[in-house]
Design a protein around this ligand. Structure first.
Ligand code: HEM
Length: 419
C-alpha cells in the first residue's frame, strides 16, 4: 500500500469519526489523529484537511485560496432556493464569502460604522444585561447557562446595537437559531433534504423582509444613535453601501455574531467549572477575564474550522489541492499544535502567550472580535463573581449537532445560596 493511499484511507476514517455524534463531546482525539497525518487530501470529499498552526495561518492569508466557498458546491450554485417574490437582498452574498476587491470595499464601508468606539460604548449596557440575566437565573437552585445567560446575551446586544425594537427581539432569537446552519463548514448545501432547504430559505426570506422594513423605516426617520443609521451614513470616497448590501450585512452580523458568542460563553463556563482553580482565580481577580477568553478561544473554540477553495493547484507540505478543491482549515486542531502552544491539551489562562486562530486571520479576521471579547469577558467574570459554589449537573453535557459551531445545547449548573 502506498503512503498516499494509506493517508487517504486514514483521513476518510477520521472524517467518519468526526461526523459520528459520539465525537461531539470531545473531538480533540480525532483532531490529534489528523495532526499526525499532516496535510491530507481526501478524495472522497474533494478536500485537503490542514491542521498545522503555521500552515493554517499561512493559508488564511494566501491569495490563491478563495473565500467564495459556494464555488465548490456546483449543485447548490445552480439551484435558487428562494421563492418568487423574495426580497432581492437574499441573493446578495455576504462579504464573509467574498474575495478582493469586492470584499475589501464592503468590509471597509462596514468598518467605518462598526468601530471599536461603537463596541466600547456598549460595555455598561452589556454589564447591566449580564447582571439581570444572572439575577434571574440564580433564583432557581439549578439553571441552564445556555438558555439563562449565553443564548440571550448576544442576540439582545446585537438587537440593541442595531436599534431593533425590544418587542421584536424574540423574532430575532428564532431566526438566528434557524440560520446558523449556513456557517457549519462541513455541510454541503446539496446534501440537505428539500424540506430542510425550504425551511432555511423560508427563515432567510422572513428575516430579510423584516430587515428591509427596518432599513426603510430608519431611512425615513431622523438619525438615531444605532448601527443601522451608521451603516446608512457610512461612506468611503463617495462610495456607499447599496440597499441590498446593507440588508445582507445586517443579516450577516446577526448570524455570524450570535451562536459563536453563545458558544464562547457556554464553552467558557464549562472549562471553568472543570478547572475550579481557574474559576476561583477569576472570582478573586476579574481582571483575568480577557486572558480566560483568549484561552477558551484556543482550547475549545466556538468556530472549529473554516474553509477556502483553491483557485489553482496549491501544494501544502507533501499534499496538493487541485484547482477547485476545498481546503478545510481545522483551526481547533491547529490550536493544539505543540509547535504553536506548549502543553496544548492543558487549559491554562496563565500561559505566557496564547496563539489562536479562533477569529481567523488575514482579510476575513472576525469583524466582531471586539464585541465577542467584550461579551465573553463580562459574562465569564460575572458568572465567576456571582454564582456561589457552582457545580456541573452533567458532565459531559449534551452537545449540539454542529461540528463547526461547537457548543453545548444545555449546561445545567447547581449552585449554593446567593452571595
Ligand atoms: C468572521 C469567529 C463573533 C461578525 C469570522 C471568522 C471567524 C469568526 C473564525 C472568519 C471566518 C473565515 O475566515 O472564513 C467568531 C467567533 C465569535 C465571533 C469565535 C465569538 C466568539 C462575532 C460577532 C460579530 C461577528 C459578535 C458581529 C456582531 C463577523 C463578520 C465576519 C466574521 C462580519 C466576516 C469578516 C470578513 O469576512 O471580513 N468570525 N466571530 N463575529 N465575524 Fe465573527
Amino acid at each position: 500500500m502506498s503512503m498516499a493511499t494509506h493517508s487517504e484511507t486514514s483521513g476518510l476514517d477520521l472524517v467518519g469519526k468526526l461526523l459520528d455524534p459520539a465525537s461531539r463531546a470531545d473531538p480533540y482525539p480525532v483532531y490529534a489523529g489528523f495532526r499526525a497525518l499532516g496535510p491530507v487530501w481526501i478524495d472522497e470529499i474533494s478536500a485537503l484537511v490542514v491542521t498545522g498552526y503555521r500552515d493554517c495561518e499561512t493559508l488564511l492569508r494566501d491569495p490563491r485560496l478563495s473565500a467564495e466557498r459556494w464555488r465548490h458546491f456546483d449543485e447548490a450554485r445552480e439551484s435558487d432556493p428562494y421563492p418568487a417574490g423574495a426580497p432581492s437582498s437574499v441573493r446578495q452574498p455576504w462579504f464573509l464569502s467574498m474575495d478582493p476587491p469586492d470584499h475589501t470595499r464592503l468590509r471597509r464601508l462596514v468598518s467605518r460604522a462598526f468601530t471599536a468606539r461603537t463596541v466600547a460604548r456598549l460595555e455598561p449596557y452589556v454589564t447591566r444585561l449580564v447582571g439581570d440575566l444572572l439575577d434571574r437565573a440564580c433564583e432557581r437552585d439549578t439553571f441552564d447557562v445556555v438558555s439563562g445567560l449565553a443564548y440571550s446575551l448576544p442576540v439582545t446586544v446585537i438587537c440593541h446595537l442595531l436599534g431593533v425594537p425590544a418587542a421584536d427581539e424574540r423574532l430575532f432569537h428564532g431566526w438566528s437559531a434557524q440560520l446558523t446552519r449556513q456557517l457549519d463548514g462541513f455541510s454541503n448545501p446539496a446534501d440537505e433534504t428539500p424540506k430542510e432547504a425550504e425551511q432555511w430559505a423560508g427563515g432567510m426570506v422572513e428575516l430579510h423582509r423584516y430587515v428591509n422594513e427596518l432599513v426603510a423605516d430608519r431611512r425615513g426617520s431622523p438619525r438615531r444613535d444605532d448601527l443601522i443609521s451608521e451603516l446608512l451614513a457610512a461612506e468611503d470616497g463617495g462610495d456607499v453601501l447599496s440597499h441590498d448590501e446593507l440588508v445582507s450585512t445586517i443579516v450577516l452580523l446577526l448570524v455570524a455574531g450570535h451562536e459563536t458568542t453563545v458558544n464562547l460563553i457556554a464553552n467558557g463556563v464549562l472549562a471553568l467549572l472543570r478547572h475550579p482553580g481557574h474559576l476561583a482565580a477569576l472570582r478573586a481577580d476579574p481582571g483575568l477575564a480577557p486572558a480566560v477568553v483568549e484561552e477558551i478561544l484556543r482550547y475549545d473554540p466556538p468556530v472549529q474550522l473554516t474553509a477556502r477553495v483553491a483557485r489553482e493547484d496549491v501544494h501544502v507540505g507533501a499534499a496538493k489541492v487541485p484547482a477547485g478543491g476545498l481546503v478545510i482549515l481545522l483551526l481547533a486542531a491547529a490550536h493544539r499544535d505543540p509547535e504553536a502552544n506548549p502543553d496544548p491539551d492543558r487549559f491554562d489562562p496563565g500561559r505566557a502567550q496564547v496563539r489562536h486562530l479562533g477569529f481567523s486571520a488575514g482579510a476575513h479576521f472576525c469583524l466582531g472580535a471586539p464585541l465577542a471579547r467584550l461579551e465573553g469577558r463580562v459574562a465569564l467574570a460575572a458568572f465567576a463573581g456571582r454564582v456561589q459554589e457552582p457545580r456541573l449537573v452533567a458532565d459531559p453535557p449534551p452537545y449540539r449537532e454542529h461540528i463547526n459551531l461547537r457548543g453545548v445545547s444545555e449546561l445545567l449548573v447547581g449552585h449554593g445560596p446567593r452571595g
